[in-house]
Design a protein. Structure first.
Length: 705
């Protein structure tokens, strides 16, 4: 049987034998019905009987070998159902009466023995109707067509509501409607445990976690066996899908994990939900559905789907999970609620080790401890078990292409591949291409950047396990402010921090955020915060004072609206679960209330002479040829420029040198500085440029005497 559902040795064989005997009983009843029909046939020699089966042809069919083994002996009907057989368990799980079982077998027998297609056509007096009608099924079960037995085929009867029997041709009178057993039900009774083909891509069988939280798993498993079996797991940074699978396995159930996006994408999601419940009942399983927010943005549709699913799943464990609280309007039943906190770092590292071992094809239990370098590389990531498995597979394949062990860079690239594309529609994605060596900053600023990376790496342990930020609905985010003049390296530093954490940088485009209509700016920001919490990335609000400005005294509606925006941001930053960096040229413009919510404040001063010299040398690089007269010390001493301006000067000078075809010299550098001064609106003073002023203007070939 499948994972989570077990049969005792020999139960499958005895259960199948019980099924054959009962189908043989159906054959005996069909034989008697054919004999009775032949006895009253007014014209057995009708030459037009080619349109239907003649009595002689029916007799020949009955004389052919039976599909049931052994062949049906004459005698009494089978006794009670075998409790350990599939048919017996199906009757128990679906609440079927003995009459329901007989009706099910009558409808199922053409799918097991092809002879019954023509025999049913003969008994229906219509060879095109090769399945039993309601009237024929009642007759074969020895029931009057006007008796109470017909109500066992009503829309509310267990056979129909459970999805075991379909009644076709609704436009015909009831007795003429055809009965059909779904292929999945027939396959299950014959011993097949594969998921129905119509559910491929919608549901998968979940795998258990070797190092689960046995305490919480036992509590959830116990709740699944009470009442309606409905449980809701509130995601607070943990892995509710993994917990749901572990709990179902602990309860002896087969975990069927449903993809909510595929469910709502189906043309008939309610009907598909009923099929899911039938699948769970057939295999003795339970359903895992989530995140519930992905079902439908509009509450009414989501409520109807959840309500229909819960109603159909009565008696079947159903675990729903999401990041928002349960809404009582979703269903008529109330679930048992559990909070799912993040796992401790040690368990997360062991998950990575096991996922890498599985991806490499190691034997079960052969997961080696994760090396320290790899453990540090994945410490800052927030991934569920399925994302870890996918990332480990990608990293393993990447390393296998080059025939080397998996490295930290492979893991970081694989994790970035798990990020959804939703945030890219709201922010510009930047894959970090710089490191600590590319920064030229004062020691104090570098220490503050290191503290930001440290907080991001260990926030689950400090804020999660140690609960250092309890109460008030506070999130587990890390918020930093980079303050300094333009060009001092704020944006580049955010990129370096993202590279240190192995994450991508998402730069928020304020033009897509700020909206002139009241309330729209808050909606845009909310979408950004929600998407950012779902990806392993660093969110950068460049020129943050545009949206994080000070609240002012209310004089008109515009002031009130501006204050509402600031108040919303103050609350939202408090509950943010991601990593965000705010940059500003004017720290005084930020509301003071934001300062309390900041974890790190890094000041970016203008570079001093030594730092400017390092910036000039680093921006010009090692590939471009330099003339002997190039005096970078002079540039660093005389030109008080920020790092961004020095980089712009270096690029301009490189273009000028490329045009002349000669190594880079002071003439090109001074010309580039003059252009930058004009852009900045600064005065050109001879005390700064000295003897190179005329050369920079193109007036000479060297310094003046």
């Amino acid at each position: 049987m499948t994972q989570g559902v077990r049969e005792r040795p020999g139960a499958a064989a005895s259960g199948l034998q019980d099924l054959w005997e009962r189908l043989s009983g159906v054959e005996r009843r069909v034989r008697r019905a054919v004999a009775a029909r032949r006895a009253v046939d007014p014209d057995p020699d009708d030459p037009y009987r080619g349109q239907y089966l003649t009595p002689e042809a029916a007799e020949r069919i009955l004389g052919s070998p039976s599909a049931f083994h052994p062949a049906p002996p004459d005698g009494e009907e089978p006794g009670p159902l075998a409790p350990d057989g599939r048919l017996g368990r199906l009757a128990l799980d679906f609440g079927l009466l003995p009459l329901d079982v007989e009706l099910l077998l009558v409808a199922m027998v053409p799918d097991v023995d092809a002879r019954f297609e023509r025999l049913y056509g003969y008994l229906n007096d219509d060879l095109t109707r090769r399945r039993p009608t309601v009237g024929l099924a009642l007759d074969l079960c020895g029931l009057p067509v006007a008796g109470p037995g017909r109500f066992r085929l009503s829309p509310s009867a267990p056979l129909v509501t459970g999805g075991l029997l379909e009644i076709e041709d609704p436009g015909l009178p009831l007795l003429s409607r055809v009965l059909r057993v779904p292929d999945r039900v027939t396959a299950h009774l014959l011993g097949d445990d594969e998921i129905a083909g119509g559910l491929r891509g919608v549901v998968r069988v979940g795998r258990g976690e070797a190092e689960a939280d046995t305490g919480q798993t036992a509590r959830v498993a116990g709740a699944l066996g009470t009442g309606s079996g409905l449980v809701y797991l509130l995601d607070k940074g943990g892995d509710p899908a993994r917990l749901a699978v572990d709990a179902l396995l602990a309860a002896g159930r087969r975990p069927l994990v449903v993809d909510p996006a595929a469910l709502v994408a189906d043309p008939a999601p309610v009907r598909l939900a009923h099929t899911l419940v039938t699948e769970a009942r057939l295999s003795g399983g339970g359903l895992v559905l989530g995140p519930v927010e992905a079902l439908e943005p509009q509450l009414p549709q989501r409520s109807r789907l959840l309500r229909d699913l819960c109603r159909a799943a009565a008696g079947v464990p159903l675990v729903v999970h999401g990041v928002k609280g349960w809404d009582p309007l979703w269903t008529t039943d109330s679930p048992v609620l559990f909070d799912v906190a993040p796992p401790p770092p040690t368990r997360r590292v062991s998950q990575w080790a096991r996922a890498l071992a599985d991806a490499a094809g190691a034997a079960r239990g052969g997961a080696a401890p994760l090396p320290g370098e790899l453990a540090d590389a994945v410490a800052a990531y927030r991934l569920d078990a399925d994302q870890i498995r996918k990332a480990a597979a990608v990293a393993t394949r990447t390393a296998a292409l080059e025939r080397r062990p998996v490295g930290a860079a492979d893991l970081r690239a694989a994790v970035r591949a798990q990020n959804s594309a939703g945030l890219e529609r709201l922010a510009r994605r930047v894959e970090p291409a710089v490191g600590w060596d590319d920064l030229v900053l004062p020691p104090a600023t570098r220490r503050q950047l290191g503290e930001l990376a440290l907080r991001a790496r260990h926030r689950e342990q400090v804020l999660g396990r140690w609960r250092m930020r309890p109460g008030g609905g506070r999130g587990r985010g890390v918020i930093a402010l980079f303050a300094g003049e333009s060009g001092t390296g704020k944006t580049m530093s955010a990129e370096v921090v993202a590279a240190e954490l192995g994450m991508e940088l998402y730069v928020v485009d304020l033009s897509t955020v700020v909206d002139k209509y009241i309330g729209e700016t808050e909606k845009n920001l909310e979408r950004i915060f929600v998407e950012a919490a779902e990806v392993n990335g660093v969110l950068l609000f460049d020129e943050a004072d545009a949206v994080f400005g000070k609240r002012s005294q209310v004089k008109d509606a515009h002031d009130r609206h501006a204050n509402v925006e600031s108040a919303y941001l103050l609350q939202r930053m408090e509950s943010f679960d991601g990593i965000a960096v705010l940059t500003t040229n004017l720290r005084a413009n930020l509301d003071e209330a934001f300062t309390r919510r900041l974890d790190v404040v890094a000041e970016f001063p203008m570079p001093d002479e030594a730092q400017r010299l390092a910036l000039w040398d680093r921006c010009l690089g090692a590939e471009m040829p330099r003339d002997a007269d190039l005096d970078l010390s002079f540039c660093a001493r005389r030109f008080e420029l920020a790092g961004g301006s020095i980089r712009a000067c270096a690029v301009t000078a490189a273009y000028l040198a490329a045009e002349t075809g000669r190594p880079l010299g002071m003439e090109q550098v001074v010309s580039a500085v003059l252009q930058e001064y004009r852009k900045l609106g600064r005065l050109v003073l001879e005390s700064e440029f000295g003897p190179w002023l005329d050369d920079g203007r193109g007036g000479g070939g060297g310094p003046r005497p």
